[in-house]
Design a protein around this ligand. Sequence first.
Ligand code: DGL
Length: 291
Amino acid sequence: MLEPLSTVTRRFFSYLIDLMPQHKITPESPIGIFDSGIGGLTVVKAVQAALPAERIIYFGDTARVPYGPKSQVTIRRYAREDTEILMKHQPKMIIVACNTVSALALDVVEEAAGNIPVIGVLKAGAELAARRSRSGRIGVIGTQATIGSNAYACAIHGENDELEVISKACPLFVPLAEEGFIDHPATRLVAEEYLSEIVRRNIDTLVLGCTHYPILRAMIERITGPDIAIIDSAEAVACKAGELLATHGMLNRGSHRAVPHLLVSDLPQKFRELYRLFMGTELPDVELVGV
Ligand code: DGL
């Protein structure tokens, strides 16, 4: 389990050594998490469940969502700017709660984060899928950019090159999730169109390779049926973050359950409503930031 963390661990180690006075990191520092919109809240939820004492600062780039249909150049620019927004809050770690950025711009985030560790959802999801699949036939659904990059297939083959990966871009799932169409006939129609072929290809595992998709998980599962295991990279990345922090004595040992600090680049009120719908918990303030 330590092996896949080696790069992150090295960087973590060097940041402890090279701590810059203006970026003071302690176990009480927050974990920075970002996504293009509400999708990353699935990661926030998983991190809160796994590490309830951790402070979380979340940025949703609601002014520029969706990232999936955009070019690599644009996605890389957004990734840098998103990281810079979080860095102002002096996080002890960044979690890229966006598969599209994890696939196309993880190096940009690492550079902008300086010496603090960066974990992306994509690798965590790929590792979990490779471990769980019994038949060796894994389906991956994601945005156009993620599927077009082939990053999931590469990461899964990095775990085991005998696994077969069947991929499908499902771009309309992001606006449906952003719209809160969790149990809507339009979502069913779109999901049937996207998933019917991949289900016929005898996969035993389906990776939700976009953090917006777990919001539609119940609908997706109705179509894939009970024989296909669903992999949600949010849980995998939360577990990985906990291991990394524990290894380096950076876990927040407080007993207080912290409320996340939320930042968005547009429409904070809409974000608050969606937060209530998906998280079903007390409503934190949502701060508007410029991009
Ligand atoms: N939720 C993101 C992902 O995991 C981005 C979706 C989008 O903005 O298109 O890929």
